[in-house]
Design a protein around this ligand. Sequence first.
Ligand SMILES: C[S@@+](CC[C@H](N)C(=O)[O-])C[C@H]1O[C@@H](n2cnc3c(N)ncnc32)[C@H](O)[C@@H]1O
Length: 194
Amino acid sequence: MPSLSHPFVSRLVRALRDRHGYKVLVETGTFTGTSTMWAANEFDWVVSIDKMDTHEETARARCTDPSLRCYPLLLRGDSRVALVPVVEALDAIKQPAIFYLDAHDINNLYGGGNDCPVLLELHTIMMADERHAVLIDDAHDFCSPPIPEYPSLAKIVSYVHNGHQLRVAHDLIVIVPDAAIGAVDAFVAERVER
Ligand SMILES: C[S@@+](CC[C@H](N)C(=O)[O-])C[C@H]1O[C@@H](n2cnc3c(N)ncnc32)[C@H](O)[C@@H]1O
């Protein structure tokens, strides 16, 4: 069964979608398409980007399932570059989106060497006219960066502007427009184990 990295992440994405009307999910880091297929069952439009040819081909084969709510648009390329026209297109059609940033790799775990494009991804998203929501997976890796390619959480915080606020919950960095931060805080508070 396709899913995001943790049930908490899937539930938060659904809560943001339902409360704030997001129709589009953009993912960086397709890998073999598991998270992409989850999104394609939950959103009207899904775009996913990966730099590895082999991953994109595997995901493309899986994402032709006719039972999916939408066929995801799979882009091959470095997300530092490939994300720019996606954000421009969302501005052109005035469509805010949820961005799931999962294109980071340590010690070649996913075949891409050591890579972490998150700062440039975030810069592109923050410069947009639309106020997007951003979820960065693997928060623990930014709290204690394991390799120099990974920025610190403090550095990520310094990229957050343009009417957005940041939280960290369940190994996820959550960056949402001011209007959505109350919903995020309430969602997290309801799930605090007592
Ligand atoms: C953690 S995996 C993604 C897992 C996937 N989202 C899932 O939940 O099944 C990271 C992926 O990011 C990709 N990646 C790493 N650096 C990238 C970059 N600069 N641009 C695009 N993709 C990148 C890798 O090829 C790998 O497939």
